[in-house]
Design a binder for this molecule. Structure first.
Ligand code: ADP
Ligand code: MG
Length: 311
């Protein structure tokens, strides 16, 4: 069974008020937004990744869910499973990574649990304060809205390949995998202007489909507008664009903005933060459909494309 089918079949019936049908990036509870993401050694990071970056990544993948909802991250709880015999120095470096990320994002630690097990696992539950319009969900996109994405796409995938060669801690090719470039300061823009928003954890196309299907619309993206890093441009030149846009965990924010608000939104983007118009919300017979138009004007052929841990 696929990951989303498991959630829909076994867990959605247990969900209470505020769970948002288990179809959003966060839950709403007691005036707060909450999210949880787990990192497992060998699945979400490599045993050879620098441990301070693993700690920072564990916070970032949660921070991206919170800011994508237009909420301000505030605090987190931390569950840790360490392999038996882990050295104090490793845990000290891990804690240093958390400290660095706390300083950048403003979150603080509330509590957690520390135990041992067969491999390193990090479970974070993060809290945030919603913006003035409340949680920006996946369901508000309207036909005519423009579609925007932060940062660049595909670097998580390329970074994994680089990280597998176990380069030095500061290797720039592996960096986007080891420490995703989350748009930490985008929440005010999302809170004010977005009609729908989510973070990209399953690949650009798959997450655009999630947004389109909850909103009951279709989305048309333009291949040549999708922002790529220098490494991404090289991969595209080798014909790997579809890999980049279906490749998984970029932790960038994808959001929709009504055409009349685009100019004001662009002015509100924090200095140094990249936000790119990559397409539009359109009507198509198929709700939830995402088409990526290639340079020849025809839609690219993309399979079910999207990350599924159970596939
Ligand atoms: P994200 O990628 O934004 O973190 P996921 O794809 O992991 O979201 O999860 C999709 C939805 O399913 C979310 O609402 C999440 O809270 C919910 N979910 C996932 N796993 C479980 C679980 N074991 N129990 C309850 N809800 C879950
Ligand atoms: Mg998410």
């Amino acid at each position: 069974m696929a990951e989303f089918d498991i959630i829909a079949r076994y867990f959605a019936p247990l969900a209470g008020p505020g769970a948002r049908g288990l179809q959003d990036d966060v839950a709403a509870y007691a005036g707060q937004v909450l999210t949880k993401d787990i990192l497992v050694e060998g699945t979400h990071f490599l045993p050879t990744d620098p441990i301070d970056l693993v700690a920072r990544k564990a916070l970032r993948v949660n921070l991206s869910d919170i800011v994508a909802k237009g909420a301000q991250p505030t605090a987190y709880m931390l569950g840790l499973v360490w392999p038996k015999g882990t050295r104090d120095e490793t845990i000290a470096n891990f804690a240093q990574g958390l400290a660095a990320e706390q300083a950048l994002s403003g979150v603080t630690l509330l509590g957690g649990d520390t135990t041992v097990g067969p491999l390193l696992m990090i479970s974070v539950t993060m809290f945030g304060r919603p913006g003035p319009r409340g949680i920006i969900g996946r369901g508000g996109a309207q036909v005519g809205d423009r579609v925007f994405v932060t940062g660049t796409i595909g670097d998580g995938l390329l970074g994994l390949k680089a990280a597998q060669a176990v380069p030095p801690a500061d290797d720039i090719a592996a960096r986007p995998y080891r420490l995703p470039q989350v748009a930490l300061d985008i929440e005010t823009v999302v809170a004010q202007y977005a009609t729908a928003s989510l973070d990209i954890s399953d690949g650009l196309v798959a997450d655009a489909r999630h947004l389109a299907s909850v909103s009951g619309v279709a989305i048309e993206l333009h291949a040549n507008k999708i922002p790529l890093s220098d490494f991404g441009q090289l991969a595209k030149a080798e014909g790997r664009l579809v890999d980049l846009i279906t490749g998984g965990d970029d932790y960038q924010v994808l959001f929709t903005v009504p055409p009349d608000d685009v100019e004001a939104m662009a002015k509100a983007v924090p200095a140094g933060r990249q936000v790119t118009d990559i397409g539009a919300v359109v009507t198509m017979s198929d709700k939830g459909k995402v088409e990526v138009i290639g340079t020849d004007g025809h839609p690219l052929t993309i399979g079910p494309g999207g990350w599924d841990h159970f596939a």
